[in-house]
Design a protein around this ligand. Structure first.
Ligand code: SF4
Length: 147
């Protein structure tokens, strides 16, 4: 496997640190992997990813042995497998952790996580991005970046 360039290695570490920090925040959540929120066509909402998030997701997908995003014809997240499980749950994007799922507690209040969002945006800028993009395209590009 090709070595990941240093700037991407740093971005991966910084993004994962943000996820770890989010997990330490005293915000009550109860994500039970119901995956309701993974059905984008049904919910009408698709997560937007910064470049760091997309890189983390792409690396996790590669680690699962896949080279490209699985095809889905039903409008659900391409990372949702046939058994209804997230292929990259431990490395899922920020939006998948702070989403709107009512059963999990609804969306995080922006004020509780805005500092983390700004850090994700800074990483995006450092990687030459110009803002968060919809999950499928963002991860497809990241897979090419780390090819
Ligand atoms: S990345 Fe995982 S948790 Fe997020 S929408 Fe896709 S399948 Fe669901």
């Amino acid at each position: 496997m090709a070595k990941t360039p240093d700037k991407y290695t740093d971005a991966l570490a910084a993004t994962r640190a943000i996820y770890a920090e989010l997990a330490q925040r005293p915000i009550e959540r109860a994500c039970e992997r119901r995956t309701d929120c993974c059905h984008f066509k049904m919910t009408g909402r698709t997560p937007f990813l910064t470049r760091g998030e997309a890189l983390v997701a792409a690396k996790a997908l590669r680690a699962s042995g896949r080279k490209s995003l699985p095809e889905r014809g039903d409008g659900a997240c391409p990372l949702l497998d046939a058994q209804g499980r997230c292929l990259i749950y431990a490395d899922r994007p920020f939006g998948c952790r702070t989403h709107f799922c009512a059963a999990a507690g609804g969306p995080y209040a922006r004020g509780d996580v805005v500092d983390l969002i700004h850090r994700l945006e800074m990483i995006d800028t450092q990687l030459g991005g110009d803002g968060a993009r919809m999950l499928p395209g963002a991860i497809a590009d990241a897979l090419r970046t780390i090819a």
